[in-house]
Design a protein. Structure first.
Length: 282
């Protein structure tokens, strides 16, 4: 006997409960991601950083079909439900350990070569060249350009390694508050989405979502995080600026590419996170 049901908020992800336990069945963006995550979860679990384990046959082969991933279900409360500076700092420390562990994994050539609106919008050159025009097409929003221009300036002055391969590695490219669980055993990052990018990309995503949910790290918290990655402050602030602008640009770019209407509520919320970050940059 078994029971399957969609996860709340994720109709394309099934939770399967049966005699042997609880599992998650989902289809990733690319079948390559199933095999890649199998290496991620083995390495991180071996290093003591919890990850949902993928199911395998008794012979060790992945239990997957047509590109669907089958992995253990991890319970816990999402990070956004636990606001507070103590947990914010705790997660920033955990994320640095997580990214350090990912650094030991090779990046497949296919992953590094991916091209879509989602991979283009994260590039500094795209943001500098295209974001002003995307914003100009939506004058009805009345967004204050000052904080946007402040972050664009920081991004354009950032170190060359943001646009080169230096400092790049395998990272979680879609880190959000619903992808971090907290339970009695600690924190765990889930729903791994592979990107080949700056090691600081996850930190930028975390800071963006903290600000979006009113859990603002201080300037001292952020500079301590830069140090934990061995990054100079200029690279750190440029990466945070890029991530906030990437998140702002995404609904505009997606609407332009698909010819659909803009999600104005999302655009305004993302602008507020941009404005918050602009007040922290020295």
């Amino acid at each position: 006997m078994y029971e399957s049901r969609p996860l709340p908020g994720h109709p394309d992800v099934l939770r399967l409960t049966c005699a042997t336990g609880d599992f998650v069945i989902k289809k990733p963006w690319d079948p390559l991601d199933v095999e890649l995550y199998s290496r991620v979860e083995v390495r991180l679990n071996d290093l003591g950083i919890r990850q949902a384990r993928q199911l395998r046959t008794s012979a060790g082969a992945l239990l997957a079909s047509t590109g669907h991933a089958v992995q253990e279900f991890l319970s816990g409360e999402v990070l956004a439900d636990h606001p507070g500076p103590a947990l914010t700092r705790r997660f920033l420390t955990h994320l640095a350990e997580y990214d350090s562990a990912l650094a030991g994994l090779a990046v497949p050539a296919e992953l590094a070569a991916r091209d879509s609106v989602w991979t283009r919008v994260v590039r500094p050159g795209y943001l500098i060249a295209e974001l002003p025009g995307l914003l100009a097409r939506q004058p009805q929003l009345g967004l204050d350009r000052a904080p946007i221009d402040r972050l664009l300036g920081v991004l354009s002055d950032g170190p060359d390694r943001l646009t080169s391969t230096a400092g790049r590695q395998l990272v979680h490219g879609d880190l959000g508050p619903d992808n971090v669980l907290a339970d009695r055993a600690g924190l765990v990052i889930i729903d791994f989405t592979p990107y080949h990018d700056s090691v600081l990309l996850g930190l930028g995503s975390a800071v963006y979502f903290f600000q979006l949910h009113g859990q603002d790290p201080t300037r001292a918290d952020l500079e301590a995080s830069f140090a934990s990655y061995g990054a100079d402050p200029a690279a750190g602030w440029a990466t945070l600026a890029r991530e906030a602008l990437r998140r702002l640009a995404t609904p505009f770019a997606a609407a332009a590419e698909r010819g659909t209407g803009l999600d104005e509520t999302a655009a305004r919320r993302r602008h507020r996170a941009v404005a918050t970050l602009a007040t922290l940059i020295p």
